[in-house]
Write a protein of this length. Structure first.
Length: 449
């Protein structure tokens, strides 16, 4: 599949993921009422958290492994089976822990918790990571559109009163299961043969391999959730509301960057193993998307402020300077996807990639705390902290990309047959020779020193 078709299919898939919940929300709020709707939102958030744990880091590591081995059917089947077996184990752990926590830590009933677990179960049956890795996203897009359309119809026709709260949660949570059922023939043909080779040691290996991807996902999820409570802690709920409105406009841009990442990631992962120089060239080529990233930043700075008051009212005018401060974030995210997620993750710097992610979280917390003491507007302080985190990732990942990719390209160009691991070692040696040049006496005969 061409990159253009891959991007189009991903756009359709993510558009369905965004539009269907937006269409349901007004109806759900009207039919369920204020308090039951709050319970509905709370239950769905618990379901999303459980799904993140069960998904672990496989959207990163398993997708990369499958993309690298796309010409090896046996390897693809083994990866799929091992990931499914590992997810089943995680699902059992999450189910037992969640049932034990209901009524105390989790303010939902056991039947409601079982309803929200349908999302996690569907994540096992519907391997979106596999479709992306094999560049067969159009199959996933068809399955998701069918599942979300069916859920929309069922929700509107079957949920008619607050007493049907559990049914409402179950319908929305079951979307991945329906998508998995639609795509099952393809998945059976591609992956079910691998279950013959699944062993406990292979499951343990998948857990180890996916740990850094899980850490990245966990930190990214935290950084999306944490700013609003942090603003509330520093300046109260009114300031948190202002920040939340501004952040919603930034969130509108995120699906574009997810499409960019998932369009290029499988191809870069494949090239990193089979033709490293071509993969680096593709990453350079991906930087053309900065045209769109810059356009989104300009939209946030110049146009988004004109939507705030008409949509949210005059009381949210303080969100205007916040969204203007945050307008630089799309450009930073755009570059970081190319240099961090595409290059560092795929070209042997995965440990540094994960460390950089955690460091970014720490920088965010430190800058937010310090600026909250210096600035009168805590929301602006937190917004600047978000930018500081993105800047850290940009500086470090761009440094890795410019230094190591140049060395790797030079090494690859001198070899007719390139071994990615050997090239990585050679590239590191080349960089080390630049940073730490050999002393002048190194090349002199020992008798002349």
């Amino acid at each position: 599949m061409s990159l253009r078709k891959q991007a189009t299919s991903l756009a359709v898939l993510h558009a369905a993921d965004i539009l269907q919940p937006l269409l349901i929300l007004p109806y759900a709020a009207k039919v369920l009422g204020l308090v039951p709707f709050g319970h509905y939102a709370y239950a769905m958030s618990i379901g999303q958290l459980a799904a993140v744990i069960v998904e672990y880091g496989f959207h990163w590591t398993a997708q990369r492994a499958a993309a690298s081995a796309r010409q090896e059917p046996a390897a693809i089947a083994s990866i799929f089976a091992e990931v499914v077996a590992t997810k089943v184990m995680l699902f059992i752990v999450v189910t037992l822990a969640g049932l034990a926590a209901t009524g105390s830590l989790l303010e939902i009933s056991k039947p409601m918790f079982l309803c929200v677990l349908l999302t996690s179960a569907g994540g096992i049956l519907f391997p979106a990571w596999l479709f992306i890795a094999l560049e067969r996203v159009w199959r996933a897009a068809i399955a998701v559109v069918i599942a979300r359309s069916l859920a929309l119809v069922c929700f509107v026709t079957m949920v008619t009163s607050p007493d049907q709260l559990e049914l409402a949660v179950a319908i929305q949570s079951a979307i991945p299961i329906v998508a998995g059922a639609v795509s099952l023939p393809f998945v059976v043909r591609v992956g079910f043969g691998g279950f013959k080779s699944v062993t406990p040691s292979r499951v343990g290996m998948q857990l180890r391999n996916g740990l850094r991807g899980f850490l990245f996902t966990l930190v990214e999820t935290t950084l999306m959730i944490l700013p609003v409570p942090l603003v509330a802690h520093f300046a109260g709920f009114a300031a948190a509301g202002q920040y939340s409105v501004a952040e919603k406009f930034v969130s509108v841009t995120r699906p574009f960057f997810r499409v960019v990442l998932e369009t290029y990631l499988p191809r870069v992962a494949y090239y990193s193993r089979h033709d490293p120089a071509a993969g680096i060239a593709l990453i350079w080529n991906s930087l053309w998307t900065l045209v769109f990233g810059s356009a989104l930043s300009l939209f946030l700075f110049f146009l988004a402020p004109y939507f705030i008051i008409p949509l949210f009212g005059q009381g949210f005018s303080d969100a205007i300077p916040i969204v203007r401060v945050m307008s630089v974030i799309p450009v930073l995210m755009n570059v970081n996807i190319c240099t961090s997620n595409l290059y560092m993750f795929n070209y042997g710097h995965e440990r540094a990639w994960a460390t950089l992610t955690v460091s970014g979280l720490l920088i965010f917390l430190v800058v937010a705390f310090l600026l909250s003491l210096l600035l009168s507007n805590a929301a602006i302080a937190v917004a600047v902290a978000v930018i500081a985190r993105q800047c850290l990732v940009l500086v470090v990942s761009a440094g890795f990309f410019l230094a190591f990719s140049a060395a790797r390209t030079r090494v690859s160009s001198t070899r007719s047959v390139g071994d990615p691991r050997a090239n990585s070692i050679a590239a590191t040696s080349t960089l080390a020779s630049i940073i730490y040049p050999a002393p002048p006496w190194r090349n002199q005969p020992r008798s002349d020193r």
